[in-house]
Design a protein around this ligand. Structure first.
Ligand SMILES: Cc1cc2nc3c(=O)[nH]c(=O)nc-3n(C[C@H](O)[C@H](O)[C@H](O)COP(=O)(O)OP(=O)(O)OC[C@H]3O[C@@H](n4cnc5c(N)ncnc54)[C@H](O)[C@@H]3O)c2cc1C
Length: 310
């Protein structure tokens, strides 16, 4: 049996009980986490993880919550916020070493300013480095796995350094989702002045398109479904295009609506619940399956759902 006093004796950071996850996810839905811990630094975070593992309580490490849908009943066990605990980065001659709680966009901007390329097109992805590694986040032809040299993880006992090839990166996923990611070393390439000019223009265009094609003024969790791999959908259609062709743009359930700007995004127009979002997910999957014969897979991670694969 876990005693709160014991937990507070182990963790130096804030420990909250029944903390609403709607306050910690970009889509703004999700019920309470039994324990919500904000460790003050890496040692504190590792102590918290060890403590919960010793008590056999599940713990979810949270980045920015920008790819997460939490059940309305919340999550049992602990949620451990990484962003305040895993801070710091160093730009090197040939890359970057950074802690997992750093905002990805900050790292992208700083390395590009230092004349380093390889992740410059990931500007605008609103997560942390840790979340980006777990999700193998990507955009405009670049993805995290292209630049990873190694990732430091904590397994409850010790810190291990995993080389890129041992991580199992694939499209929008990795073998890191059962680990605690502490930080990573990334190899980036030097950009010539001409490269910088060309890449600056490409980045500006990508940011302009992001603003024009995503419902950024509404709370959302990014793309709900992974795009099918080449050959897996008719005419190479993406998830959003198939949902749109099923006529589902603008479909609402409760406060959740399939965005009429980007059909692969669900927005919270106010008071949406996770079950509203789930209902839209089911309807989109059914419609796409019956019209295109494609079973869409979730990109958004689920927390607190018994059957995590909807
Ligand atoms: C408007 C918008 C636009 C987006 N655009 C893109 C895009 O272009 N490309 C793209 O790939 N994604 C995109 N996303 C999705 C999301 O931003 C990325 O997947 C991001 O990398 C998630 O990072 P996060 O810190 O928010 O992770 P979270 O959502 O907090 O967590 C995601 C998963 O990673 C795990 N996790 C997070 N940190 C750690 C850690 N330190 N250790 C272990 N596990 C951890 C969590 O437990 C969870 O399973 C977008 C999202 C939004 C809202």
């Amino acid at each position: 049996m876990l005693s709160l006093e014991e937990l507070r004796g182990v963790v130096r950071g804030k420990v909250l009980i029944s903390e609403p996850m709607s306050d910690h996810t970009t889509i703004g839905v999700g019920g309470p986490a039994d324990f919500f811990v904000e460790p003050v630094d890496r040692d504190d975070l590792c102590r918290a993880v060890t403590f919960f593992r010793r008590h056999r309580l599940p713990c979810l490490v949270l980045g920015r919550g920008s790819n997460l849908l939490v059940h309305d009943d919340g999550v049992r066990g602990a949620v451990i916020a990484a962003s305040g605990a895993l801070c710091g980065y160093r730009i090197r001659r040939d890359g970057l070493v950074a802690s997992a709680g750093e905002p990805l966009s900050l790292l992208v901007a700083r390395s590009f300013e230092a004349g380093l390329g390889g992740i410059e097109m990931l500007q605008g992805i609103p997560g942390t480095l840790g979340g980006a590694l777990v999700m193998n986040a990507g955009a405009w032809g670049q993805q995290m796995s292209d630049v990873v040299v190694s990732v430091d993880v904590f397994d409850g006992d010790r810190v291990r350094t995993l080389k890129r090839d041992a991580i199992g990166f694939a499209y929008r996923c990795s073998g890191l989702d059962d680990t605690v990611v502490l930080g990573a070393a990334l190899r980036l390439r030097h950009l010539s002045e001409a490269d910088v000019r060309e890449r600056t223009a490409a980045r500006e265009e990508a940011m302009r398109r992001r603003k024009a094609t995503q419902p950024l003024s509404w709370p959302n969790a990014g793309s709900i479904f992974r795009n099918p791999l080449p050959g897996e959908s008719p005419d190479g259609l993406g998830a959003g295009a198939m949902i749109e062709q099923c006529g589902l743009k603008g479909l609402g359930v409760g406060g959740a609506v399939i965005s009429d700007v980007h059909a692969n995004m669900i927005i919270n127009t106010g008071g949406a619940t996770a079950s509203d979002v789930m209902e839209l997910i089911h309807r989109a999957r059914e419609a796409v399956s019956s019209r295109f014969g494609v079973m869409l897979e979730l990109e958004v991670m689920l927390a607190g759902f018994e059957n995590a694969c909807c």
